[in-house]
Structures are given as C-alpha cells and as structure tokens.
Design a protein. Structure first.
Lengths: 109, 638, 474
C-alpha cells in the first residue's frame, strides 16, 4: 500500500472532501428534483459512492485500512438495496405502467 | 318474694329481649296457616311473659336496691373501641319496662279484636313483637350505640306499621315521611355519639356520666353532644321542627297509633334525655333550648288540635303537645316529672286511642268527628272509657293526669311565676281540644252518618277489657306521687331519685320550694278555669254540630300553621330540583361532555394530522433532507 | 400453595370452558368450581386467622436478577377480599336464567375474571399486581360488549379506554417506585414499604395512584363511565363490576396509597376528603330522581363507595378498618341489590321505575327479601353495613368534624331514595308490566340466602372480621 499512498498524499485532503461533498449534493438534489424513479435510484447510488470515495481517501491519508473495509461493506449493501428497489419498481410498473413518482402517490391518507 | 341471685336476674333480663324476638320470628313464619286469632294470641303471650319478668325484676330491684349491668356479648371491639351488647337495669329502666311491656301487652290483646278481619294480621303481630324487641333494646341498653340500634329499629318498625296497608300510597308516603324525619334526627344523634367517643373514648352511659361530672358546666364538647342527642330526641319525639310526621302517622292501624305513637316510641326521646340527665344538666344552653322547644311545641300543637276534624289527628296533636310538656319538664331539670308524665300519659293516651278505635270500629271506619254525634247512648261503655281518658288528660283530680301535670307545673312555678303561668295556660289548651272532641263525638246531635248506621255496637270484650285496665291505671296511677299540700306522697320521685341524684346535684339553678298557700292557689285556680272551659265547650259543641266558620287566625291553626307546606317548599322541592339538575345538567352536560371531548379531540387531532401523509414521495424526501440538515445544524450550534 | 390453587383452578377451568359447547353444562361446571373455590378460600381464611402476622405466601422465581418474581401473599386484608370474591362469584354464575342462553364463553369469562381478581388481591409485588389489574379488564370488556344491551360496544370501549388511561399513570408510578428501591431493584411490597420518598415524589406517586383508583372505584368526578356501563352491561357484568372490580381500587388504596404517602395525606386530606364528599352527596342526590333502576343502583353505589373512600382517607384506625369492613359489606349488599333487580327484570322486562308497581302484594317473600337488602344498603343497625358505616363516620369525625357531619347526610339521602324507589316499585297499585309477578322460586331463594346470611352475620357479630383486620391496619 505504501507505493500508492505516497503519491496520493500529495493531493491535499481538502480537495477530496470538496469533491465528495459536491458529488453528494448533486445526488441529494437529484433525489429531490427528479421525477423518474430510476433517476432517483441513480442519485442514491451517487450519494453512496461519494461516501465511498471519501472513506477511501481518509483511509489513504490515515494509513488505516479499515476505511477500505468499510467501503466494501457499503458496496455490498448498496447492491442489495438496489436489487430490492428495482424489483419493487418493476412490480409497481407492472400494475400502474408508470414510474413517475408524482403519479405513484396512493399510499396516502 | 323468692330469693333469687343476680345471675338469675341476668337471665330474666335476657329473656326480656328474647321473647319478643322469638315472637317476631314464629308469628311471622308459622302462623299463616292457622286461624287468624292465633297470631295475636301467640304474640300477646310472648309480651305477657315479658310482663311477668318485669314484675320479677321490679321486685328484685325493690328488695335489693341494686341496679345491675351485664354484657351479652362483644359487638365491636378492636383497638381503642369497645362496644358490647350490654344491658343495664335500674329503676329508670324498670319504669320504662313497665310502660313498654304492660301497655304493650294490653294493646296486643286489644289488637286481637281490632285486627281480626284484616288479612295481614300475622304480619301485623310479627311487626308488633319486633317493635317490642327493639324498644326493649332501647331502654335496656347500657351504652349509647346499642341504644341507637334500638332507636333505629323502632323507627323501622314504625315505618313498617304505618305503611301496613301498603296498597294505598298515602299510607306509604306517611311511613316514608316518618322514617326520613326520624333519620334527620338520627344524624344529630350520631354526631352526638361521635363527639362522645371523641371526648370520653367510651360510649358507656354510666362511665360517661361519671366522667362528665369532672367537666365544667357549659363545656363545648358537652354542648355539642347534648345538642346532637337533642336533635335525635326532637326527631323521635316529634317536637318542633320535626313533628309533622306524627299526625301523618295516623294512617296506620289504630293499635299502632296507640302503642308506637302515644305510649312508647315517641317517648324514647324523653327517655334518652332523662337517661343522659347528667350531661344535659351540665349544658345550660341545651336545657334552655329544650325548654323553649317544649313550650313552642306544646303551644302550637295544642292550638292545631283545637281545629282538627279527624279524631285520630286530634289525639295525635295532643300527643305532640303532651310530649312538649314532657320536654318542658326536662328543660326545667325535673327529670322525674318528665318520666312521671310519660308513664301517666302512656296510660290515658293509649286508652284514648283504643277508645277512638272502638268508635271508628263502631261507625265502620268513620274518622271525621263532624260525622259523629250522639254516641253517648249508643256505645255507653266506650263513652265512659273515653270520658275517663279525657278527664285524665285534662288534669282533673283524682285522675292521673292531674298529678303528673301538677308535678311539672310546680317545677315551672319554682323557676318563676311567669313560667308557671305560661305553662298552665298551655296545659289548659288540653281541656279545650279534648272536651271539644268528647262533646262532638258523644253529645252532639247525631249526624246523618250515625243515623244511617245500623250496627253501632260496642267492641268485643277482648278490646274493652284492656281499655278498662288502662282506665283503672289512669284513675289510680297518679296516687304514687302527690304534691306536698295533699299528702306529700313521693313514691315515684323517691323511686327514681337514685338515678337522677347526680343530675339534681349538679343542677345549679336555684329553685325555691313553693309555699303551701301558693301551691293551693296554683292547684285550685286552674281547676276553676278548667271547669269554666268545660262549660264553654259544652255550649259550643254538645248542642250543635260543628260548623266551619273559621276566622283568619283559626284557619291558620286549622291548616297546621302551614308547616307541611313550608317543608315542602324549603326542603322537598329544592331537593328534587337539585337532583334533576345534577342528573341532567352536570352529569350529562358538564362531566360527560368533558370526558367525551377528550375522546373527540383526539379524533379531531388525528384527522388533522393524517393529512401529512400525502403519499407524495418527493414531499417525504424533502422533509427527510431538511430534518437531517436541521439536526446537524443544531448539533453544530451546541 | 393454596393461593396458587385459588388462582390457577379458575384459570384452567375457564380455558376448558371455552371449549365446551353447551351453555348449561358449562354453567353447572362453573358453579361447582366456584363453590369449591369458596370452600378453599374459607379454609385459607382460617389459616390466615391463626397466623395474622405473615399470612400465607407462595413464591415462584422467574427472573430474580431483575426483581421479577411471582410473589403472592394472603394476609388478613387479602383474605377478606378473596373470600368476598369467591363468595360472590358462585352467586353471579348461578344467577343467569335458563332462557337467556348464555354461551359457555360467558361463564369462562367470569371464571377468568375471578382468577385475575384473586391474583390482584394476593399479589405481593407491584408488577404482578399491575399485570393482574390490567388483566381483569379483558373478561369484563368482553362480557359487557358481547352480551350487553344496546350501545354496548361503544360504552364498553369508553370504559376500557378510560380505565386504561388511569392505569397507565399507575404504571408510571410503579416504575418510578421500582427505580427508587435500592439496587438490586425490586417490585416487592416489602421493599416499597421501606422507601422514604421526598415530599414532591410522594405527591406525584400519590396523584398517579389516586387517578388510577379514582377511575376504577369510581370517585367523583371520574365516575362518568359508571352509570352507562352498569346500565348497558348484563346483570352479571354489573355484579362483577360493582361487587368486585371496584374493590380492586379500594384494595389498592389501602395497600399503596395510604402507606406510601402519609405526609401528603396529612397536608392535603381536607381537599381530598371534600372532593370525595361532594361525590357521595352528588351520587345520592341524583339517585333520588333517577328513573332507570339500574342507573339508580349505579349512583347509589357511587355514594356508598365514596363513603368507604372517605373512611380510608381519614387516615386513622377506625376509619380504615370501617372502610375495609364496609368494602366487604358493600360487595355483598350491591350484589344482593342486583339480584333483586334481576328478579324484577326477568319477570317484567322493564327496568324503568315508573312502569313498575304493586309487586309486594303478589310476591310477599320477594318483598321481604328486597326490604332486607334495601335496609342493609342504608345501613340499618343489625345489618352488615351499619358497623362499617359507623366506624367510617367515627374515623372521619376524628379527622375532620365538619366533613363527617356532612357525610352523615348520606344516611338521610340514602333513606330517601331507597324508600322512594321501594315504594314506587313494590307498593301501590299494579301496573301493566307487573301483572303477573310470580314469587321467588326455590333457586332464587337459594341465591339470596348466602347474601342474607352475610348481612345479618356481620351485622350482629362482626368481631371475627374486625380482629382479623386489626393487624393489617398499621
């Protein structure tokens, strides 16, 4: 790991932080604004991945490999979650022929 | 007399209570199948046993000059409180035992004849025995709580017997009124008992009397106690203001009126105060109150009696008036006088009621004296007995009433001449209403009703013999106590002297004994006036039937001074309205609304809150994001 | 052991009865079992009498590390209430009539109720007490909702929620007390009694418990569930409610409220007593003109239990002992009263007082029985309630003379409404509804007999109960 870390540490940490925050915000705005359910899923993935990158960066800077371990965790969980989410979405599409979340509002009072 | 031990006496006293109780149960449960007369015979037998025991006890006390007291069993006992069922026999008790058992027995015998056609006769006699049972508990108990048991018990029997013919709702109303008015007095009695326990830590009569002698006169605790007991006595003995139940109680059968509402139950109040003589003497305020109440009651009910038309009602108001007299005696501190008059009154009032029963019986249930008249020759024996009763009650010598009233009057004169005069005037009212009654029923011209009645006959022997016994007693009974100017026979007062010794000692009022000439004056002048009054009444009522031209004041008196109406307006109606008000307004509207509103408000809030669930995912997401931001910021600020 | 028997036997029987098909068979079985329980509880009573200090105990450890144990104890106080329960349940079970067709689950529920009632009265730690307390709601809710009159479901739901809200506050107080006991924490009574709480803590605990009990008993002004619920419930349900369930509240007051909050009581007794007093008079006054017989009984009961509560809160031996005795007497009397009610309704199909009249002439035996029960209800001397009432008023007088005198008004008011009602129903003229009023049957007479015996036995000779209670009253 030494060989990778050394060059990595030349980039200031702050850059990574800003970059990941920007990525996260894009993800959040994507969730809030978009109508298409699939796009929302993609934004969720974006947010998760931004967290991943930040974790990896911190692990490099601290010389602690547990951060990268956590990245794997998150990737697995994200994958599982997306699998279920897509399954649900397909089921909903089958019954209502739409994935526009403004139309999918039957779970109301 | 056979020498007997104390133990035997205790047994005898216990049997006094057991006999009527057994009588109540056996007559009530077993006599329905038999011929009607057996119910009465059985019941009377049990009371007769009591009469015998009374004589035995009397002679025992006479010879040994000892009173005794013993426990039957422990009733309430724990911690500091101990109230046994315990009996005490002293000369005061013997006097009351005599009255209750002897007069009670005579009335039982009388009722065998009077009630013989009534279908509820066995119920009647079982209730009568039950009454004797409770009355005996009352007079024989040695502590106030047990006395209270008897007190309430006789109230219950009075209720059952007044409302005996329960198909008529007027009878039931009268019974209910009696019971409730009694209960009002009982509340006072209870408060007195509580105060007694609070002050003396015991309810035993003798112990309290002993402990009270150490207390100063006018002590507040004693004041409250005596006021409480007084209230009970007012209710039970039909004094003002709790007297309106007694005239209404005439709705019951005549023997009931004779026994309960003339001779025994109503005298319980007098007995109570006499029994508690020590503590009453130590509360001069209460004594004055008793005196005033006695005066007012005797006066007002005497006035009312003059203008009534129902034969039993006249006698009822007369009873109230005579009870007022006894209260006057008590208020003056003459406890012996009160007891003397109580005993004599029991004789002639029971006699009068029984005679009235004969008249009613003869005229086929007629009770209005305006429909009577001319019965002197038709039922001469009844007339004669009634005459004796009237002479006795009016205080004409040598009948008993003269001596008992005389005793009270001299006590009044001893206090002050004014008091004596006032009391004498009130006593003279008796002459007015009693002779009016006598003349209107027996001397006046026959009313149409009397003329139409075919079977006006004397009562059977079973009814007249008890009356004759009572007439005899009314004649000679007074001779046990004669005023100083006559022969100064003091049998009665000496008999009761040990009981009232402490009280007389403590009575601080200083009385001057009357001089002989003064006493002669107080005796003869009223007698003259009585004579004049009799002549006046004769002229008014013996010659013509009663007409109803009453002046304004007379109307008020005839209408019983509007007491009933007053109570109706001030007590009964407000209570009913209050009940309705509570039920409809407060319970329904206020409390229920409040509670239901809690439920309703919860539902309302729920309705509003559920609108948050819009189902719109975008909306949810925005809320989520903002909440997280808010939390972060707040954390950051902290 | 005996205690566990008393709790488990009805529990098992009731579970069994749920499976039985025939209503008649289950009624017989239930009656037999409940009579057996009565005999057993009398035996238990004797045993407790001989060892007044400790009473009987039974303990099962479940999780002692958390202080959760099944801990039962029957001392003089508990055994009295237990005997009351086992005395009344056979009468309640047997009081249904043949043509009413109660299914077997009805009887099963009654037995279930009995089991949880006995549990309440013998529980020796707070958690167990609370569990059984809540558990009693289950049977009574179903009895009222399923077999009740019109509006039954709505009314019983209101009753259920109302009671649970109160109990919830009690739960909070219980948990608080639990945390206050020295570690290791314990729910047991002994530990709780040892606590010394600060004044404000006492106050809060007092209020929380008071709320729960005030709703249960009920005490003014938390009584609004009572008239409707009694009215709507079947007769047996009302008997259970009035005769037994409300005794839980009174028992709770004696067991918890009084020992735990002495200081609060000392300071605030006037206020508490006054509010309860208002309830006593209020209930009595309303009962005077209440046209519905069942509701009238409800308000009369309100007045009576208010008086009992007054005795308990007077905080001195006479009042408390009188209150305990009176609880027993009231249970007996009110069930007797409801029995008379059942007799009337069975024959005339109406419970409106104005439609009744002239019964005494046709059914003299019933007239006498009714009169005796009525007199017991207004505390005539020589009946059971006189002793209790006297002691209560005496104790109250020692605490606060004015309130005692005002409370004494209840003897007058009681006489008024009882006699009024009796007169309207029994005396007077026959009404169309009461045309053919058969007198008491043998079976009904058998039901009344234990009640009448209890009335006179305690009225004339209450000593045995009083001495037994002496040790409990600290």
């Amino acid at each position: 790991m030494e060989t990778i870390i050394q060059p990595l540490q030349t980039i200031p940490l702050m850059y990574y932080i800003i970059f990941c925050s920007a990525l996260f915000s894009i993800g959040v705005i994507g969730i809030l604004v978009k109508r298409n359910a699939l796009t929302i899923f993609m934004s969720i993935e974006l947010m998760l991945n931004s967290a991943n990158i930040l974790l990896a960066a911190f692990s490099a800077y601290r010389n602690d490999s547990s951060g990268q371990l956590f990245v794997f965790f998150i990737m697995v969980v994200a994958a599982a979650e997306i699998a279920i989410g897509l399954a649900l979405l397909i089921s909903i599409y089958r019954s209502s022929h739409s994935i526009d979340i403004h139309i999918l509002n039957r779970l109301k009072w | 007399m056979v020498t007997t031990t104390l133990n035997d006496m205790q047994w005898m006293a216990t049997w006094l209570l057991l006999f009527p109780l057994i009588g109540f149960l056996t007559v009530g449960l077993f006599t329905k199948r038999m011929a009607p007369k057996w119910a009465g015979i059985l019941a009377s037998a049990f009371v007769f046993f009591n009469v015998i025991i009374t004589f035995v006890l009397w002679s025992y006390i006479n010879t040994t000059h000892q009173s005794f007291q013993f426990n039957l069993f422990e009733w309430i006992q724990f911690g500091a409180i101990s109230v046994p069922f315990s009996v005490s026999i002293d000369s005061l008790t013997i006097v009351m035992l005599f009255v209750v058992n002897v007069v009670g027995w005579l009335i039982h015998v009388y009722s065998i004849g009077y009630m013989r056609h009534d279908e509820g006769i066995h119920r009647f006699f079982s209730y009568m025995n039950l009454f004797i049972f409770f009355m005996l508990i009352l007079v024989m108990s040695s502590n106030y709580l047990m006395l209270f048991i008897g007190w309430e018990g006789v109230g219950l029997c009075s209720y059952l017997l007044i409302g005996f013919w329960y198909k008529d709702h007027l009878n039931n109303n009268a019974a209910k009124k009696a019971f409730i008015m009694n209960r009002i007095g009982d509340l006072g009695f209870l408060i007195g008992i509580f105060m007694m326990f609070h002050t003396f830590k015991t309810l035993d009569i003798q112990t309290i009397a002993g402990a009270a002698t150490t207390m100063p006169s006018g002590n507040t605790a004693l004041l409250i106690i005596t006021l409480g007991l007084l209230m009970g006595a007012i209710g039970k003995s039909a004094q003002i203001p709790l007297f309106t139940w007694l005239p209404d109680a005439m709705a019951g059968p005549t023997p009931v009126s004779a026994l309960i509402h003339a001779a025994t139950m109503v005298t319980a109040g007098v007995y109570l105060i006499a029994r508690s003589s020590v503590i009453f003497v130590l509360s001069p305020v209460t004594m004055h109150l008793i005196l005033i109440i006695g005066l007012l009651t005797a006066l007002i009910s005497g006035l009312i009696a003059i203008y009534q038309h129902d034969i039993k009602k006249i006698l009822a108001y007369s009873t109230v008036s005579q009870l007022g007299f006894m209260f006057i005696a008590l208020g003056l501190g003459s406890f012996t006088g009160a007891m003397f008059h109580l005993t004599m009154h029991a004789f002639f009032k029971a006699l009068l009621f029984m005679a009235a029963g004969s008249v009613i019986h003869a005229l086929n249930q007629e009770q209005d004296i305006r429909n009577m008249g001319g019965l002197k020759n038709k039922i001469p024996l009844t007339f004669f007995l009634f005459l004796i009763g009237t002479l006795a009650i009016s205080g004409i010598p040598p009948f008993a009433g003269f001596f008992s009233k005389e005793y009270i009057l001299s006590a009044a004169y001893e206090q002050s001449t004014l008091m004596g005069v006032i009391t004498t005037i009130i006593a003279l009212l008796t002459t007015l209403y009693m002779f009016r009654l006598l003349f209107a029923v027996f001397y006046a011209p026959e009313s149409p009703k009397v003329q139409s009645e075919k079977h006006i006959h004397e009562s059977p022997w079973v009814m007249t013999i008890p009356m004759m016994v009572l007439a005899l007693l009314s004649l000679v009974g007074g001779f046990v106590q004669m005023p100083a100017s006559f022969n100064d026979i003091n049998l009665f007062s000496n008999y009761l002297a040990p009981v009232f010794a402490t009280a007389t000692q403590l009575n601080h009022a200083v009385y001057q004994p009357l001089g002989t000439t003064f006493e002669w004056m107080t005796l003869t002048i009223p007698l003259l006036i009585i004579g004049l009054l009799i002549i006046w009444m004769y002229m008014l009522f013996a010659k013509k039937s009663i007409t109803d031209h009453l002046s304004f004041w007379e109307k008020i008196m005839a209408r019983k001074f509007y007491f009933d109406e007053l109570y109706q307006i001030t007590v009964v109606r407000p209570m009913m309205s209050l009940s309705k008000f509570f039920r409809e307004f407060i319970d329904e509207k206020v409390i229920n609304r409040l509670i239901n509103s809690i439920g309703n408000d919860t539902l309302l809030i729920g309705e509003k809150l559920r609108l948050i669930q819009t189902g719109n995912i975008g909306f949810y997401l925005i809320i989520m994001v903002f909440s997280i931001l808010a939390i972060l910021i707040i954390n950051f600020i902290r | 052991m005996l205690i566990l028997f008393l709790i488990i036997l009805p529990l098992l029987t009731s579970l069994m009865l749920f499976a039985v098909k025939s209503g008649e068979v289950s009624k017989r079985l239930a009656t037999i079992i409940s009579v057996i329980l009565f005999i057993v509880s009398i035996i238990g009573g004797f045993e407790v009498w001989t060892m007044p200090q400790t009473g009987l105990t039974a303990t099962i450890d479940l999780q002692s590390s958390l202080g959760i144990m099944l801990d039962f104890r029957m001392d003089g106080l508990s055994v009295l209430f237990v005997i009351l329960t086992t005395l009344l349940v056979p009468i309640i079970v047997a009081s249904t009539y043949r043509n009413e067709q109660r299914s077997s689950s009805f009887y099963a529920l009654i037995l279930l109720m009995q089991s949880s009632l006995i549990g309440v009265f013998t529980a020796s730690n707070l958690l167990l007490f609370y569990i059984f307390w809540e558990f009693t709601l289950l049977p009574i809710f179903f009895i009222t909702a399923r077999w009740g009159g019109k509006n039954a479901k709505k009314v019983s739901l209101k009753f259920l929620i109302y009671t649970i809200v109160g109990s919830f506050f009690m739960l909070v107080a219980i948990l608080y007390l639990y945390t206050q006991t020295p570690a290791p924490h314990s729910f047991s009574f002994n530990a709780i009694y040892q606590l010394h709480l600060s004044y404000s803590a006492q106050l809060l605990v007092f209020l929380a418990f008071l709320l729960a009990f005030a709703i249960k008993i009920p005490l003014f002004p938390f009584h609004s569930w009572q008239p409707e619920t009694y009215n709507v419930s079947p007769v047996q349900g009302s008997m259970l409610l009035a005769g037994l369930m409300l005794k839980m509240g009174l028992y709770g007051i004696i067991r918890f409220l009084l020992p735990l909050s002495q200081q609060v009581l000392y300071n605030g007794s006037t206020l508490v007593l006054s509010i309860i007093l208002i309830g006593v008079l209020y209930g009595g006054i309303i009962a005077i003109t209440q046209p519905n017989l069942k509701k009238m009984i409800a308000f009369a009961s309100l007045a009576h239990v208010g008086l009992i509560a007054l005795g308990l809160f007077s905080n001195n031996p006479y009042g408390i002992e009188g209150g305990i005795l009176q609880s027993f007497s009231h249970g007996v009397n009110i069930v007797g009263f409801f029995l008379c009610y059942a007799v009337i309704v069975k024959r005339t199909n109406t419970d409106s007082i104005s439609q009744l009249g002239g019964i005494a002439h046709q059914a003299p035996r019933f007239g006498i029985v009714f009169m005796i029960i009525l007199l017991a209800n207004i505390a005539l001397p020589l009946t059971n309630s006189f002793v209790g009432e006297f002691l209560i008023l005496l104790g109250l007088f020692t605490a606060n003379k004015i309130i005692a005198s005002l409370a004494g008004l209840t003897i007058i008011i009681g006489a008024v409404y009882m006699l009024r009602m009796y007169q309207r129903i029994m005396y007077g003229v026959k009404q169309p509804a009461t045309e053919h009023f058969a007198d008491l049957t043998l079976k009904e007479m058998m039901l009344f007999t234990p009640i009448l015996i209890a009335i006179f036995l305690i009225g004339i000779y209450p000593s045995f109960i009083l001495t037994m209670l002496q040790n409990v009253v600290h």
